[in-house]
Design a protein around this ligand. Structure first.
Ligand code: SF4
Ligand code: SF4
Length: 420
């Protein structure tokens, strides 16, 4: 094994904390489906320890086991030993990046890094997507026509014909200055979420700046093990977001928010030490949309009643990554006409896990089916979440299970209640 000393020190310090209690078995969605010790946190730790002690070389099984993690942080949040399991997994993916990262992912990450080419490719993809995907207007999405790396049963949201950031004016005037970090899913797919965020901020007399030089937050890259490329993206975002004079940076995607609040600092400590202080300054200004709304915008008049039963799904990277769970619920409950009902295991992963759902669609679907059953059991007509990726994966599950429910972002529900 040829690992850096820091890497080995981290693994040794973390894995030694495992007291083999097995609590992680009761919370891991992957273990619940596969019921195999090697895929649970304790099993992963044993495998890594065996490698540290030189008893085992990196094997195809090790690669498979490292891939079987949603990075949902549920084991870490519940571990009595305080073992940072999700970090052990992502750092192992980084350490063995040359062996764990597929050619497809490597090529995709190269595209994401060259931001302008990535944008051009998506614009071209938007033009031709009807050739490869068929629209389902009832289910408000599209299904692949051919099994080209994506299950034909999977409901996807279409790529927008232009980017959200590109079509918005750079500045929307108001009294407080805020930068909006959109992230890839809002920028290229869910414009409606971005427009809802801007509508709510504008209604609160907020001066919204949408920095044009912002790029992908890097989460898909860092969780897959390509941390050096993620650090490149972090550096570009730090420069773009600190170049504007704002009071706050608002984010409406759980994974992007986690990156801006915490990951950028860690990535810079490892790869860009000259940017650590800037990353820290930026992180102090970052708010999830729900946090910002509750802190500054509760004077807004919510005029149009929703008159529906509504439930809430916690995105992993918001509830455990950022400790934000009550804020979106408070917002939903404050909307006139909403009958809020809590879902069972609301904080359990929806099965998306970013690219996990592309690679392990059947497993991801099995996890998602349980989530959908819990959401459906509430009798709610709308499932609210705070993450575009969760919205897409839950809408896929709702369509697959013929549920009449619809998933929406909390900003969308809020925007609907404001006067037109
Ligand atoms: S919950 Fe933590 S301490 Fe217990 S077995 Fe799992 S990783 Fe080890
Ligand atoms: S992060 Fe989630 S999926 Fe990964 S081992 Fe922990 S509980 Fe399981």
């Amino acid at each position: 094994m040829n690992q850096t000393k820091d890497q080995l020190d981290f693994w040794q310090a973390e894995t030694i904390k495992c007291v083999k209690c097995g609590t992680c078995r009761s919370v891991c969605p992957i273990f619940e489906q596969l019921d195999h010790e090697t895929v649970v946190a304790r099993g992963k730790i044993s495998l890594i320890n065996a490698m540290l002690e030189g008893k085992q070389d990196f094997s195809p099984r090790m690669k498979e086991v490292l891939g079987l993690c949603l990075v949902c942080k549920r084991c870490t949040a519940n571990c009595p030993g305080g073992v940072k399991i999700d970090e052990i997994v992502t750092r192992a993916r980084t350490a063995f990046e040359t062996k764990t990262l597929s050619i497809g992912k490597r090529a995709a990450f190269r595209l994401v890094r060259s931001h302008s080419f990535f944008n051009t490719l998506l614009r071209t993809g938007a033009k031709f997507q009807n050739l490869f995907f068929r629209r389902d207007k009832d289910k408000q999405g599209m299904y692949p026509r051919l099994p080209v790396g994506i299950s034909r049963r999977r409901l996807l949201a279409p790529i927008a014909s232009h980017s959200f950031i590109g079509q918005q004016p750079r500045r929307i005037n108001g009294k407080m200055k805020v930068a909006f970090y959109a992230g890839c899913m809002i920028n290229h797919i869910y414009h409606d979420i971005g427009e809802a965020v801007v509508k709510v901020l504008k209604a609160g007399q907020v001066d919204v700046i949408i920095p044009k030089r912002q790029v992908c937050c890097g989460t898909p890259l860092s969780t897959s093990g390509d941390r050096s490329s993620a650090a490149e993206l972090a550096a570009r975002n730090i420069e773009a977001l600190t170049a504007v004079d704002v009071d706050a940076v608002v984010v409406a995607c759980a994974s992007c928010g986690l990156s801006l609040k915490k990951e950028f600092v860690e990535l810079c400590s490892e790869y860009k030490p000259e940017l650590v202080e800037k990353a820290k300054t930026l992180s102090e200004k970052v708010y999830d949309f729900s946090e910002f709304y509750l802190k500054y915008l509760t004077d807004l008049k919510l005029e149009t009643p929703v008159n529906k039963k509504v439930t809430y799904h916690d995105p992993c990277h918001l509830v455990r990554g950022q400790g934000v769970s009550q804020e979106p619920r408070e917002i939903v409950k404050s909307i006139p006409g909403v009958d809020f009902v809590e879902a069972k295991d609301a904080d359990k992963c929806c099965g998306s896990g970013g690219s996990f759902s592309l690679i392990h669609y059947d497993l991801s679907t099995a996890i998602n089916d349980e989530k959908i059953a819990n959401l459906d059991q509430t009798g709610a007509e709308i499932s609210i979440t705070s993450c575009p990726a969760c919205k897409m994966h839950i809408n896929d599950g709702l369509a697959r299970n013929n549920s009449g429910q619809q998933a929406k972002h909390v900003a969308e529900l809020l925007a609907e209640t404001l006067l037109k």
